[in-house]
Design a protein around this ligand. Structure first.
Ligand SMILES: [Zn+2]
Length: 54
């Protein structure tokens, strides 16, 4: 497994929904019924929050 390069990381970021805060991200997880299965993390690229998948 090679590490994702900058271009791939950027794509991973732009494909994901962004949230302004950790709370917003976790609220969204509740809404789609995945609370407790997903964690939110702050993205180093866009400085906003994404839900981690898997
Ligand atoms: Zn991002």
């Amino acid at each position: 497994m090679k590490k994702p390069n900058a271009e791939e990381r950027k794509r991973m970021c732009t494909r994901k929904r962004r949230y302004r805060t950790q709370g917003d991200a976790l609220d969204a997880a509740v809404l789609v019924g995945v609370a407790g299965k997903r964690t939110a993390y702050q993205c180093p690229l866009c400085k906003q929050w994404h839900l981690a998948s898997g």
